[in-house]
Design a protein around this ligand. Structure first.
Ligand SMILES: C[S@@+](CC[C@H](N)C(=O)[O-])C[C@H]1O[C@@H](n2cnc3c(N)ncnc32)[C@H](O)[C@@H]1O
Length: 327
C-alpha cells in the first residue's frame, strides 16, 4: 500500500519503490532517475533505522563529537556479512529491472554509491541490460577510512598506519537505457539519450566540485522532522542542493520530462528538480523521512545556488511559466 501527495510540479509516494514502480509507472515513462539509494541496503532496514534513531549503533557508527559539534551517524559498510551482500545483490537486481522498464530509451540513471560496494551495484545494473557510461566523482571530504588499527596507542609502531585511505570523494554511477539508432533521432522521439551541457562553452563533466551540505539545508530538514524538539535530526544522508541541481540539470538534455527519485529520503532530488522548473516524482518507504520530505521540499526549493542562475535555467523557467499562463 502506498500513500501519494501531488503538488504543482511534483508527486510524492510513501511506500516501497518495488511495489510503487510496478503499480504506478508505465513502461518507458520516466526521462531520468537521479537517486541516492541505501548504499549497503541493511542500514535502512527497520531494525537498523531504529538503532540509528536511538543512537545505539548497529551498522551505524556515531562518530565522536568534535569541538562540541555532534556528528551525524555513518553506516559501516566493512561489517556487511555474506548474507547482507546477497540482500544487496537482490535489491539492486530488482532495482535494475524496474528501472530498465520505466525509463525511456536513452534515459539516464545517476546513482550515488560507495567505493566499497559500487562494483556489486554495477554488476546488477549491467545484468539488467543498462549501459554503464561513467562514474562521476563528487569531491567531498568524509569521515570514512583513515583510522589507525585498534589498540594503536599500545603499539607506537602502529601510530603511522591506517587501515584504509581517508575517503575524499563519492562515486555516482552513470547508466543509460540503451536505444536503437542515432542520438539525434532518439532525442526527437524520446527527448533522452544525451546530457545537457553546463553552457555553450562547457559540457557536463564527470568531476563534481566540493559540495558539503550547507548548514542552512540541514536545518531545514531537521525542522521538518515531525517529532518533538529533542527528537529532531536531519536525514543522515541529506545531499546538497547545488549537487542535486547540477545532476538534475544534466539529466534532461532538452529540459523536458520527469525526474524520478525512488529513494527520496528527505526530498533533496525532488526539491532540486522543482527549483529548475522540472517535474519530479519521489518515493520513500520510511514514514518519518516521508513526512520530512513533504515539509522540507518547498523550503529546500527556495535555497539559492548558482545553478538556477544560469541563463539556460532562467530561460526555461520563464518559458514554462509563460506556457502555463495560457493553459
Ligand atoms: C540514502 S537515503 C536518501 C537520502 C536523500 N538523498 C536525501 O537527501 O535526503 C535512502 C533512502 O531510501 C529509503 N528506502 C530504502 N529502501 C527503500 C525502498 N525499497 N523504497 C523506497 N524507499 C526506500 C530509505 O528509507 C532512505 O531514506
Amino acid at each position: 500500500m502506498s500513500e501519494m501527495t501531488q503538488t504543482m510540479g511534483y508527486e510524492l509516494y510513501q511506500g516501497n519503490s518495488f511495489g510503487v514502480l510496478p503499480e504506478e509507472f508505465e513502461d518507458n515513462s520516466v526521462h531520468a532517475i537521479v537517486t541516492d539509494p541505501p548504499y549497503g541496503v541493511v542500514e535502512f532496514e527497520t531494525a537498523n533505522v531504529e538503532k540509528m534513531r536511538e543512537g545505539t549503533g548497529g551498522v551505524w557508527r556515531i562518530p565522536p563529537e568534535l569541538d562540541g559539534n555532534k556528528r551525524k551517524p555513518l553506516p559501516r559498510f566493512t561489517t556487511l556479512t555474506a548474507d547482507d551482500k546477497d540482500k544487496l545483490r537482490n535489491f539492486f537486481e530488482t532495482f535494475g529491472e524496474a528501472v530498465e522498464r520505466v525509463l525511456r530509451p536513452g534515459g539516464h540513471v545517476f546513482l550515488a554509491t560507495t567505493q566499497l560496494l559500487m562494483h556489486e551495484v554495477s554488476k546488477q545494473l549491467d545484468a539488467a541490460g543498462l549501459e554503464r557510461r561513467d562514474v562521476l566523482v563528487r569531491e567531498t571530504k568524509t569521515l570514512r577510512g583513515g583510522d589507525r588499527p585498534k589498540g594503536a596507542h599500545d603499539h607506537p609502531e602502529y601510530q603511522n598506519v591506517s587501515s584504509m585511505p581517508r575517503v575524499y570523494w563519492e562515486p555516482w554511477l552513470l547508466y543509460r537505457k540503451p536505444f536503437d539508432g542515432r542520438l539525434d533521432d532518439n532525442l526527437s522521439e524520446w527527448q533522452t539519450g544525451g546530457l545537457r551541457r553546463e553552457s555553450d562553452d562547457r559540457p557536463f563533466t564527470d568531476l563534481l566540485g566540493n559540495g558539503k551540505t550547507p548548514k542552512e539545508e540541514t536545518e531545514i530538514v531537521k525542522d521538518a522532522h515531525p517529532g518533538d524538539e529533542e527528537e529532531r535530526v536531519a536525514h543522515p544522508n541529506l545531499k546538497p542542493q547545488k549537487l542535486m541541481r547540477e545532476l538534475c540539470h544534466a539529466a534532461l538534455p532538452l529540459r523536458e520530462g520527469t525526474i524520478l527519485d525512488p529513494f527520496m529520503g528527505s526530498g533533496s532530488t525532488v526539491a532540486a528538480a522543482h527549483a529548475l522548473g522540472y517535474d519530479a516524482v519521489g518515493i520513500e518507504l520510511d514514514e518519518t523521512f516521508y513526512q520530512m520530505a513533504e515539509e522540507a521540499i518547498p523550503e529546500l526549493t527556495k535555497v539559492p545556488t548558482e545553478i538556477e542562475q544560469r541563463d539556460d535555467v532562467t530561460a526555461h523557467r520563464t518559458e514554462s511559466q509563460s506556457l502555463s499562463d495560457f493553459s
